[in-house]
Write a protein that binds this ligand. Sequence first.
Ligand code: S6P
Ligand code: ZN
Length: 190
Amino acid sequence: MIPLDSDLILKSLDFENASIPGQKRVERYLADVRGSFADTQAFEAALARGNPLLYAVAGVEPPDGPGQLHYGLGILYPGKIGNEYYLTKGHYHSVRECAEVYIGLKGKGAMLLEDGTTGESRMVSLGEKEVVYVPGNTAHRTVNTGNEPLVYVGVYPSNAGHDYGSIAQNNFRMVIVEEGGKPVMKPRST
Ligand code: S6P
Ligand code: ZN
């Protein structure tokens, strides 16, 4: 249990620096998401020009325990590889049944959700004042569909963990691309 006088009880979010003072922050650069984008040629060409920061996540992870929660502040920068929006790696939770709540704070984006059993996919808007419930057993990836950083918080059970392996192996079935100036979800193969 966390005592009420713990400094974990209140945190302030620094949108500009994508950080929460005192908490660890993970950065993912373009090179870290190799294999995620559908257009591998466009990916390699972009990487040859530079290796920009795509996103960062600052995590607040109180000690694990039954009923406990973790959360992370995510900042995903705007951009595209070919016509596919900048994205997070995406994952299942290691404890598959663990759900997650995403709260959009700033910017414009979407979440790509894929049911781990049926493979059914769904694109859900994630922007300011929007909350997305990610059910258990659902792979989830975030994309930035706007022109400014997308800022969000994800809250999840402390035992959820991250399973990146399944996504690294098979990727998502669908991609979110810009078509006619707006985000569209399409099968990866076309
Ligand atoms: C954790 C939660 C988010 C992501 C973040 C980065 O369960 O879903 O904090 O970690 O959006 O995505 P990824 O796929 O690189 O972990
Ligand atoms: Zn998650």
